[in-house]
Design a protein around this ligand. Structure first.
Ligand code: HEM
Length: 418
């Protein structure tokens, strides 16, 4: 009788000691990686138990769906996997850079098979699509509200019936080259960002061999993705050329001056009926110009960095300059990292490219609004290049005075409207 009692006492002691022993073990072992969640494709206990009971409904292990379910049989075919016999030790060595990797191209950079320091980037990238979308929608809603409140900005005294030359054919060519390429780049960039996330691997679907082979055979959405990427990469050159031409033609007219302060003080004529004086470009247009030049230039630079992977690293050097200026401290940040791995350079380039593109697209939507529905007479400036004299006097009075002063009396480059 005493033996069972001793055994029970011993087991009870073990139960009490258990947690303490485990706590000790936790204290000395290195921190564990956070488990992969079900949303990230990890297996849940329910999945494992369901599979052990031989029930359907359990999500297949990644890439090893049962052949009956149309998945990839372990080890079969060119895309077959090792399935449950996959060597986790090898993946661990890949991850920590201790596996010997040989590559036929790409040098040392291509030898990094897993770069889990990039998880923050992956998560941020996935978030840029919805947040960027909200930004564009917010701008559209804002403009719609503005339109409802203010209506179309009309000519106070109606058209004069006489036009004045505003932009030469070359200036308009530069503008439309920039605008046309921008719209194409915006649409193809958006398609590439959204389609990649939504079409290539719809949430909750397994990446089966059948799906991968269908893609290689050119499923419509993926084929379109390949075309849009090709358009994006090539139209980029037209955008760069347009940017340079527009800069050269208009920089002199976009240097800030004192009239801009008056323009701002009077709300730019957007509120109320009177229009403050302005030269060829008013302060609002100057903001658009510099946003296009600076943000567009930055989008182009990061785009080139993406176009020539690993060959044009920009961020380590930029961060070094910012650190020297002490810029991170201005907003309470620690110095930025200056030594970036090639993969990190690409990650920063991608995020910067996408985020700045969204900001610029939002600004350009407002620009398009003012140039079309928002303001009577504005479209003609970039359409025919000739604007009504009354429109010119209302919106750019100082410019009209300059043009008239330059012209000989009576022939102010003004031509009767047809
Ligand atoms: C010189 C100009 C540009 C170059 C060289 C360039 C290059 C690139 C490259 C190489 C990519 C990655 C494409 C891929 O792998 O699928 C990309 C993505 C993208 N680009 Fe551009 N681009 C330029 C201008 C623009 C402009 C002006 C916009 C916006 C109006 C834009 C918006 C985007 C967007 C939204 C993406 C998707 C980002 C992502 O996949 O996360 N790009 N660009």
């Amino acid at each position: 009788m005493r033996r069972p009692a001793l055994l029970i006492a011993f087991l009870a002691g073990l139960t009490l000691l258990g947690p303490a022993a485990r706590i000790h073990a936790q204290a000395v072992s290195p921190p564990e990686d956070p488990p992969v969640t079900a949303a990230e494709g990890g297996q849940t206990l329910d999945d494992i138990l369901a599979r052990q009971r031989g029930e359907g409904g359990a999500r297949p292990l990644r890439d090893i769906a049962a052949p009956a379910a149309g998945g990839t049989p372990p080890g079969a075919g060119p895309l077959g996997t090792l399935g449950p016999v996959s060597d986790s030790g090898q993946w661990d060595r890949f991850r920590h850079g201790t596996e010997k990797v040989t590559v036929s191209a790409g040098g040392d950079t291509a030898k990094i098979v897993i770069q889990d320091g990039g998880m923050w980037w992956q998560k941020t990238r996935v978030a840029t699509a919805p947040w960027g979308g909200y930004l564009l929608l917010a701008m559209i809603v804002l403009l719609a509200v503005f339109y409802l409140l203010r209506g179309r900005i009309r000519l106070s005294h109606g058209p004069a019936g006489i036009t004045i030359a505003r932009f030469s054919a070359l200036e308009r060519f530069a503008h439309w080259l920039l605008a046309g390429s921008f719209i194409l780049l915006g649409l193809t960039g958006l398609y590439s960002l959204f389609a990649r996330q939504m079409l290539l691997s719809p949430p909750g679907t397994a990446n089966t061999e059948a799906a991968i082979l269908a893609r290689q055979g050119g499923a419509p959405a993926e084929t379109l993705l390949a075309y849009t990427k090709w358009i994006h990469n090539n139209v980029a050159w037209a955008f760069i050329l347009g940017l340079i031409l527009v800069f050269v033609f208009w920089v002199a007219h976009n240097i800030p001056n004192r009239t801009d302060l008056v323009w701002f003080a009077k709300g730019g004529g957007l509120v109320g009926k009177s229009h403050p004086p302005a030269k060829k470009f008013n302060a609002g247009q100057k903001i658009i110009f510099w946003a296009v030049i600076l943000l567009g230039g930055s989008v182009a630079a990061s785009g080139l960095s993406l176009l020539f992977p690993f060959d044009l690293p920009l961020f380590g050097k930029t961060f070094a300059v910012l650190n020297q200026l002490g810029a991170p401290g201005w907003i309470g940040l620690d110095p930025l990292p200056e030594q970036l791995a090639p993969q990190e350079e690409m990650q920063f380039a991608q995020l910067w490219h996408a985020i700045v593109s969204f900001v610029l697209m939002a600004i350009i939507i407002a620009h398009i609004y003012i140039g079309t529905v928002g303001m009577e007479g504005a479209w003609d400036a970039m359409g025919s290049g000739e604007v009504d004299l009354n429109w010119a006097k209302e919106h750019h009075s100082l410019w009209v005075e300059e043009v008239e002063a330059k012209s000989s009396a009576g022939s102010t480059q003004a031509t009767p409207a047809e």
